[in-house]
Each structure stands twice: as structure tokens, then as C-alpha cells.
Design a protein around this ligand. Structure first.
Ligand code: CAA
Length: 379
């Protein structure tokens, strides 16, 4: 994380985020859409393909670099950060990891340039934390599957050209019949049922998607049949690092604003930043940010080394997201009434932070993952 290469990358992305992303964040929040021109700039800078191997047109960076990119983009705009995060860790990663050579060659080059955006379809109206209970069914029809079902809370649903979809290829009550498929959203039978109107990350599309008799060629299976649940959870392990990085970016933006404000706002004849009541808040913000960054770096480092990292990814996510919620809440407190109105950005940071405690596994699920890893030596 402290090597010259990572520092250089951070500076580069920070410059882009400050110049191109942050100035649009309030408008993105208000209009509920990331302008196409910004998505294009993000793609042109290589941020959609950072983790994709060079042989498939990506930049071939490691996960540590990818997390830095998501953090710095999210500091500018949380919606833009999650567009990149869901595309990279939830859609390109399982294709890189489990796709056949043909599948990789077909999808990754377009996903690397951002020409095609990806999404991840696991959750359903009745299957959230209990992902194993999903009922979307992919019926074996010889050379293809016939896919039917409804998916909820799909980040990038509106923009996506490619979806990594989890479906039962055998109707079981548990996870054992689940498989993972790559589905093109242009295929007949794919439709967006509704777009959610959310509290925060308003520029990021969150949709309900329906698959109605979608024909999915057999070669679009990821990994082996009935191994989909493990593929989904392994993908989420990496995704959780991305969301931790998003949370950190949001927290950093709120912290920087509160810090600057505290030295400009005069009360009782001096800047409020000279009051211990405010200094203690700023000190705790700073410490939580530093700790979040270290947890993210450690989870990323283990992933880059090919070592187990489920526990560390869950720790990074639960800590960074809960810190982001605390920091953005306190940032509003530092600004007082000004923190509560849209003229200042911290109310947006507060609204954007909340989702990081929910998606890609709630804080409660992260704690289950951490505890399961800690206790497994006794089982
Ligand atoms: N990586 C790979 N495989 C794993 C794994 C991991 N991290 N953790 C468990 N597995 C495997 C196990 O080895 C086991 O496989 P076998 O049956 O082959 O032995 C299987 O998964 C079941 O394991 P467990 O019994 O340990 O799992 P569980 O049923 O107790 O539940 C859970 C695990 C933690 C509750 C899990 O269901 C979970 O994480 N739920 C939350 C789901 C989630 O994060 N949803 C977010 C949706 S995505 C999203 O937010 C959308 C978006 O667009 C942003």
C-alpha cells in the first residue's frame, strides 16, 4: 500500500477524481444518473479494466491497486465508485476466475474497455442474506439452459450488457443445486422490471430484473454445474473489499470536508476546530480511516498472494462501512445545521454511506463470516 507504485496510482486516480468526478457528484445525486460522458472518461482511463489481465485487454493490475481506484473514485462520487466496483469485482472477477478460455476471450476485452458493463444477479425478492434459498431456475435443455426467475437489488442493472447470474440447475432447498451463468442482457427474455428510488448512491442504478425463458448456451456456465454457491461466495469475498474501499472513500470525503470546515467556522471567537469537543471527533475520524485503510490493504494483500482472505475481507467491510456511517454522522454534527442541508455535501455522504452496511452482505453477515472463520479450528 505504501510502495511508490501504489502512491503514484493513488495520486493519479485522486487527480482524476478531484477534477472529473467530485464536481459532478451533487448533480449525479440530484438527477439520479451518472452522465454517459463521465462513464466514458472512467473507462478511457482504464478504471473498468484495471484488474482484467493484459492478455484480455485489461491493465493487469492487482487487487490492492483496484481497491485504491475504488476508494479514490468513491471519494469523488460514491455512485461512480460502485459502478466500477460491481463491474469489476462482481462481474469480471468470476469470469476471469471460472470462465472458459472462450468465455474470457468473448467477454473480458469488451468489459476491459468499458464498452460492456457487468452486473451480478444473486439476490431475489425472497432470497437476500439467505442466498442459498433462491429459486431462479435454469432448466437443462441439452445445448442450452432455459432461465426463469426474478432478481432484486441489481447494481448496474440499467447499464449492464453482461450479467453473472445464479440459478438452480437442480431444484434443491439448499445451495447444492446452484450454478453460475454468464447472460447477455440483450438476449430475448431479459427485462428490467423496476428501478429502485433509494436513500443514497442515487446515481447508481439498482434494479429488479426478470428472466423469462432466456436461452443461455451451455458454454456460458462458469466453473462446474452445481458449484454456483461457492462461486458466488468467493466472488463476494472480493466484492466486499471493493465495498470497504467505497465506504472508505465516502468517509474520507466527509472527514476532509468536516476538517476544513472546522477551521473556517468561527464560534465563541475562534475556529470550532480549536475546541476539544470537535478535535476529539476529528481524531476519531482520522483513526477509523487509518484503520479501515489498513484492513483493506491486508485483505487485498492476502488476495493478491492467493492466500485465504474471507475473514479479512469481512473484517475490512464491516469496519470500513460502520466507520463510514459513524464518520458521516459526525461530519453532519461538526457542520451543525449546515450539515443537514443539501447546500453542503456531508448529508449526501451520510446517505451514501448507509448502503455499505447492507449490500454484498450486511454487517451481521460479515460478523457471521468472521466468527465462523475464528471458530473453525474447534469444529
Ligand atoms: N468462498 C467459497 N465457497 C464458500 C465460501 C467462500 N467464502 N464460504 C462458504 N463456501 C462454500 C462452502 O465450502 C460450502 O460448500 P460445499 O457445500 O461444497 O461444501 C458452501 O459454500 C456452504 O457453506 P456454508 O454452509 O458455510 O454457508 P452458509 O449456508 O452457512 O452461509 C452465508 C453462508 C455467510 C450466510 C452466506 O449465505 C452469505 O454470505 N450470505 C450473504 C449473501 C450476500 O452477501 N448477498 C449480497 C448480494 S450481492 C449484492 O449485494 C448485489 C449487488 O449488486 C451489490
Amino acid at each position: 500500500m505504501h510502495s511508490p507504485e501504489y502512491k503514484e496510482l493513488r495520486e493519479l486516480v485522486a487527480k482524476f477524481s478531484d477534477a472529473e468526478v467530485a464536481p459532478l457528484a451533487a448533480e449525479i445525486d440530484e438527477k439520479g444518473k451518472i452522465p454517459e460522458s463521465l462513464v466514458q472518461k472512467v473507462a478511457e482511463n482504464g478504471f473498468m479494466g484495471s484488474y482484467i489481465p493484459e492478455e484480455f485487454g485489461g491493465a493487469g493490475m492487482d487487487y490492492t491497486s483496484y481497491a485504491i481506484i475504488v476508494e479514490e473514485l468513491s471519494r469523488g462520487c460514491a455512485s461512480t465508485g460502485v459502478l466500477v466496483s460491481a463491474h469489476t469485482s462482481l462481474a469480471t472477477w468470476p469470469i476471469i476466475q471460472y470462465g472458459s478460455q472462450e468465455t474470457k476471450a468473448k467477454y473480458l476485452p469488451k468489459m476491459a474497455t468499458g464498452e460492456w458493463v457487468g452486473c451480478f444477479c444473486l439476490s431475489e425478492p425472497d432470497a437476500g442474506s439467505d442466498a442459498a434459498s433462491l429459486t431462479t431456475y435454469a432448466e437443462d435443455k441439452g445445448d442450452h439452459y432455459l432461465l426463469n426467475g426474478t432478481k432484486n437489488w441489481i447494481t448496474n442493472g440499467k447499464e449492464a450488457d453482461v450479467a453473472v447470474v445464479f440459478a438452480k440447475t437442480e431444484k434443491t432447498d439448499d445451495h447444492k443445486g446452484m450454478s453460475a451463468l454468464v447472460v447477455e442482457t440483450a438476449w430475448e427474455g431479459f427485462s428490467i422490471q423496476k428501478a429502485e428510488d433509494k436513500l443514497g448512491i442515487k446515481g447508481s442504478s439498482t434494479t429488479q430484473i426478470v428472466f423469462e425463458n432466456v436461452k443461455v448456451p451451455k458454454e456460458n456456465l462458469l466453473g462446474k454445474e452445481k458449484k454456483g454457491f461457492s462461486i458466488g461466495l468467493a466472488t463476494l469475498d472480493g466484492g466486499r473489499i471493493g465495498i470497504a474501499a467505497q465506504a472508505l472513500g465516502i468517509a474520507e470525503a466527509a472527514f476532509r470536508y468536516a476538517k476544513k470546515y472546522s477551521m473556517e467556522r468561527i464560534q465563541f471567537g475562534k475556529p470550532i476546530g480549536d475546541l476539544q469537543a470537535i478535535q476529539f471527533i476529528l481524531a476519531d475520524m482520522s483513526t477509523k480511516i487509518a484503520a479501515s485503510r489498513l484492513l483493506i490493504a491486508e485483505a487485498s494483500r492476502l488476495k493478491d498472494l492467493g492466500e485465504p482472505y474471507s475473514k479479512e475481507a469481512a473484517q475490512a467491510k464491516v469496519f470500513a462501512s460502520e466507520s463510514a456511517m459513524w464518520i458521516t454522522t459526525k461530519a453532519i454534527q461538526v457542520l451543525g445545521g449546515n450539515g443537514y442541508v443539501k447546500e453542503y455535501p456531508v448529508e449526501r455522504h451520510f446517505r451514501d454511506a448507509k448502503i455499505t452496511e447492507i449490500y454484498e452482505g450486511t454487517s451481521e453477515i460479515q460478523r457471521l463470516v468472521i466468527a465462523a472463520n475464528e471458530l473453525k479450528e474447534y469444529r
